[in-house]
Design a binder for this molecule. Structure first.
Ligand SMILES: [Zn+2]
Length: 376
């Protein structure tokens, strides 16, 4: 309850500061750009989609935003422009001719090198490089997550962000025309470097694990199996807290348990922290703000006082590791964009400090516990 009270108080304080904005600035927007590849035979979209406006895609984005509301972190998806149709009837060497009649998740192309040798590349990477070379034809957008839909793709596919901050490849998501809300959000989860719940520590940047998801396996087909493997008891024999941990995996967006009849809706606090870290530093060009972490025991200016090149940038770099955060709220405020748009996410604890808020910024507590600022 205290957390809830705190959020309301802070929003009430911050609200007048939003008046200069053209839109409510208490959220961080993640820009999506959907492209529907048309059938080269008749110029129609895949049969389950209704062009030219694609209400099905708008409904998916709305549903993903309802889940974001539940997660309570302040992220929302927005469409960057209309849902686009690309290619068309008779388009033999453009998007329709090359990419409509294949499974973009599994297909491979043989590409000839200048020296005559041949290399095999995934359809996804060929689509990405072709689209970047022909941005008008493929409606490519540098500042959005580019999502391409065709008829024959089974499921979806997205790569993790690159290890290099300067390498902005691996940007595209390919997905089938009849996929669920959970599949769309799952692929976007990969975009922000979330691994499968059954592959923790195996994929993605470095060796970061998500600490608050229990063991999972794609072949475990029931809640009971997850409960037995982790706790040696059936689901109904567990405490409420342990049942929640089982459900956090069984219903997790990044799991494969939809194959076993589960409805996937959940992301854990640890996954949401990781998402925000990556959104800050590896995928910041698709968002309109930063999530600045404040955590007890986090970094202070003193940590950098002996560093002659000290500025706020090293902290930004460190934020990708969610163990690193500012130790006091005031440092988060100094780091926030003076023009607004950033969210300071404060982890549980007491922060006995005097705050001067001199810029439009949103303070949020997490669901993990209450936050107190100042003294009682
Ligand atoms: Zn996946």
């Amino acid at each position: 309850m205290k957390t809830k009270w705190f959020c309301l108080l802070v929003l009430a304080i911050a609200a007048p500061l939003f008046l200069k904005s053209a839109y409510a600035d208490d959220i961080i927007k993640i820009r999506l750009s959907y492209k529907i590849i048309l059938d080269p035979a008749d110029g129609n979209p895949p049969p389950t989609l209704t062009g030219p406006d694609y209400p099905e895609i708008h409904a998916i984005v709305d549903s993903m935003n309802k889940l974001q509301e539940v997660y309570g972190r302040g992220y929302r998806f927005v469409l960057e422009g209309p849902v686009e149709s690309i290619g068309g009837m008779g388009d033999t060497d453009g998007p329709s001719g090359v990419f409509y009649n294949i499974d973009l998740r599994t297909h491979e192309f043989d590409i000839s090198r200048p020296d005559g040798s041949v290399m095999r590349l995934s359809a996804k990477s060929v689509l990405e490089s072709t689209a970047k070379d022909n941005p008008i034809l493929y409606k490519w957008k540098d500042k959005a997550i580019n999502i391409y839909i065709n008829r024959y793709t089974s499921g979806g596919k997205c790569s993790f962000p690159s290890h290099s901050i300067f390498d902005r490849s691996e940007h595209v998501i390919v997905i089938g025309a009849n996929e669920s809300v959970a599949t769309h959000l799952h692929e976007i989860g990969h975009y922000f470097s979330l691994k499968h719940t059954h592959q923790e520590g195996f994929w993605g940047i470095g060796d970061e694990n998500i600490k608050d998801t229990i063991d999972d396996d794609a072949t475990w087909t029931s809640r009971d199996r997850i409960a037995l493997e982790n706790y040696g008891r059936r689901f109904n024999q567990l405490s409420i807290a342990r049942q929640e941990r089982v459900l956090n995996v069984w219903e997790n967006i990044m799991s494969y348990h939809h194959q076993h009849g589960s409805v996937l809706t959940r992301l854990t606090e640890g996954q949401l922290d990781h998402w925000a870290s990556i959104a800050n530093i590896r995928r910041e060009y698709v968002t309109d703000g930063q999530m600045i972490f404040v955590k007890k025991g986090g970094l202070t200016v003193k940590d950098y006082a002996t560093n002659p090149t000290h500025n706020w940038k090293p902290l930004l770099e460190l934020e990708m590791h969610h163990g690193n955060a500012y130790g006091e709220v005031k440092y988060g405020i100094v780091r926030a964009n003076e023009a607004g748009g950033d969210i300071i996410l404060i982890f549980p604890g007491a922060y006995p400090e005097k705050l001067i808020i001199n810029r439009p910024v949103v303070l949020r507590a997490t669901r993990q516990g209450s936050v107190t600022i100042g003294s009682d």
